[in-house]
Design a binder for this molecule. Structure first.
Ligand SMILES: [Zn+2]
Length: 440
C-alpha cells in the first residue's frame, strides 16, 4: 500500500521560506566590503540554521556542521566557525531583519494563512509584552541595559518587546519582529518598555498600514499616554486594568453602578461546570488627570466549582451583551504571548535564555531576533503544513521532534526539509548516510 504525503501549501513550506529568508538576508549590506571569504548572508543564514535546528549552543552547532545539508537545505555556501560567526555578526544592526520578517508575513497573507487568525470583523488580536532574556554581572555590551546596585555593582541585562498575532481558539501564534529594549548609541540612559512600545507601533503602521488590529496588553499599559499612542496609530485595544492601580476608574464604575448605568450579563457552561459573570459600562474616564480619555470597562468572574477567577479590562470597542463574552476571550488570550511565545522559546528547545555569544555591539540582540525568526517559520509550519503536524503528532512532543530532526540532519544526506519530515513520518530506509556524499 502506498502512503500519500500530506499536501502542503508550497509557498509556506519550510523549504520555500528558508529560500525567502536567505534572499532577505542577501539585501542586508555587508560593511566589510566585497573581498570577504564568507558572506554576511552565509553568516546570518548559519545563525538562523542554528536556531532552526535548535542546536543547544554555538559550539555544538560548530562541531556538527554537516555542511552538505546546510548547503542543500539552508542554501549556505560556507559556514563560519563559531568565533568567526560572532565576529561577522556583531557589528550588524538587527534593524536589517525587519524586511525579512515582513516578507514571511506577506507570504502568510498571500497563502490566506492569516484568515483563521482573524478575531473580530477582520481585526487581528495583537498581544504585546516585554520579556527579559539575558542578565549578567560580568558579560555586557554597548546595547546592554544596566542596573547599578547600592554597593556599586552592576547588573547588565537585555529585554525586548515581543509581539504576536494570537487567537483564543488557536495554539499557534504569529510573531512579528520584536522591538529590542536597548541602550542607544551615545546615551547612558536605559531604554524602557513604554518607549519600545511607541517605536513598535509606529513601525507596525509603516509595515502594515492597512491591517486592522486590536492590541491586547497587561495592566501596566493601561495609561493615558500609551492609549493615546494606540489611538494615534488607529489601533483598537483591550488592556488589563487592576483596582489597585486604577482606583479612579473603579470609583467611576461604582458611581455608574449607583446611577444605574452598568449592565450585567451571565452565561452558564454546564459541560465545563463554570459560570461566566460580567458587569460592564461604556464611556467612563480612565483617570482623573486625563478625563478626556474615555474607555469602556469590562469586569469578569469565571466561577468554577472550587475556584473563582477575576479579570478586568478597558477597551475602545463598544461593549454590549452580544460581544462581551467574545471580548473577554480576547483579553484572556493575552497570556499566549507569555505562554505560547516566551515560554516556548525558553523551555521548548529554543534556549531563549542561553547565551549563544554576547559580542560587544549587536550580537546578543541579533541572535534573539534570529531565534524569533526561526520560531516564526516553525509556527508557520505548525499552522499551515499538514506534514509537519503529522510528524509532531506521531512523535508526541516538540522536544522529541527537534531531537529527531537534528539526528537525521546530522547523519544523512538530505535534499530538502520536506524529505526530512517525510522520512520522520514514513521511515528512513532510502536515505544515504551523510559521509557517502560529503566531499570534505
Ligand atoms: Zn549586552
Amino acid at each position: 500500500m502506498s502512503i500519500v504525503a500530506p499536501k502542503e501549501r508550497k509557498h509556506l513550506s519550510a523549504d520555500a521560506l528558508f529560500h525567502l529568508v536567505r534572499n532577505g538576508f542577501a539585501n542586508i549590506p555587508d560593511s566589510r566590503g566585497e573581498d570577504v571569504d564568507i558572506s554576511l548572508t552565509d553568516a546570518l543564514m548559519s545563525a538562523f540554521a542554528m536556531f532552526s535546528l535548535k542546536a543547544p549552543s554555538l559550539l555544538a552547532f560548530d562541531k556538527e556542521r554537516a555542511e552538505g545539508n546546510l548547503h542543500t537545505i539552508y542554501g549556505i555556501a560556507r559556514v563560519p566557525c563559531d568565533t568567526y560567526m560572532r565576529e561577522i555578526l556583531d557589528p550588524v544592526s538587527p534593524k536589517g531583519l525587519r524586511p525579512v520578517f515582513k516578507s514571511v508575513f506577506r507570504q502568510l497573507q498571500r497563502g490566506k494563512a492569516l484568515e483563521p487568525m482573524a478575531f473580530l470583523d477582520g481585526h487581528y488580536l495583537l498581544a504585546l509584552d516585554g520579556t527579559e532574556y539575558f542578565s549578567s554581572t560580568t558579560i555586557h555590551c554597548a546595547s546592554c541595559l544596566q542596573k547599578v546596585h547600592r554597593n556599586g555593582s552592576v547588573t547588565y541585562f537585555h529585554q525586548m518587546l515581543g509581539a504576536a498575532i494570537i487567537h483564543p481558539d488557536r495554539r499557534e501564534v504569529i510573531p512579528l519582529m520584536p522591538e529590542p529594549i536597548v541602550r542607544h548609541d551615545g546615551t547612558d540612559k536605559n531604554d524602557c518598555e513604554r518607549n519600545a512600545a511607541k517605536r513598535f507601533v509606529s513601525k507596525l503602521r509603516q509595515d502594515h498600514p492597512h491591517l486592522q488590529f486590536i492590541v491586547t496588553e497587561d495592566s501596566l499599559s493601561s495609561n493615558a499616554p500609551h492609549i493615546e499612542t494606540l489611538q494615534h496609530h488607529g489601533l483598537h485595544y483591550i488592556l488589563g486594568v487592576k483596582e489597585g492601580d486604577h482606583a479612579f476608574l473603579f470609583q467611576q464604575v461604582q458611581a455608574a453602578e449607583h446611577a444605574g448605568r452598568v449592565a450585567y450579563y451571565e452565561r452558564h457552561d454546564r459541560a465545563a461546570g463554570v459560570s461566566h459573570r460580567f458587569r460592564f459600562v461604556n464611556d467612563v474616564p480612565l483617570n482623573a488627570s486625563h478625563v478626556d480619555i474615555r474607555v469602556n470597562f469590562i469586569e469578569y468572574w469565571e466561577i468554577g466549582a472550587t475556584k473563582v477567577q477575576h479579570f478586568s479590562w478597558v477597551t475602545d470597542l463598544r461593549v454590549n451583551k452580544r460581544n462581551v463574552f467574545h471580548l473577554m476571550r480576547g483579553g484572556r488570550a493575552r497570556w499566549k504571548i507569555e505562554n505560547e511565545t516566551f515560554n516556548t522559546l525558553k523551555n521548548q528547545g529554543y534556549n531563549f535564555e542561553h547565551n549563544y555569544g554576547h559580542g560587544e555591539q549587536h550580537l546578543s540582540v541579533m541572535f534573539a531576533m534570529l531565534m524569533m525568526l526561526a520560531f516564526l517559520i516553525d509556527q508557520t509550519q505548525q499552522l499551515c503544513c499538514a506534514l509537519f503536524r503529522a510528524v509532531w503528532t506521531k512523535l508526541g512532543s516538540k522536544r522529541l521532534l527537534w531531537e529527531r530532526m537534528r539526528a537525521l540532519f546530522y547523519d544523512y544526506a538530505l535534499k530538502s526539509m520536506r524529505q526530512l519530515l517525510e522520512t520522520l513520518l514514513y521511515g528512513w530506509q532510502k536515505l544515504q548516510p551523510l559521509l557517502a556524499v560529503d566531499s570534505s
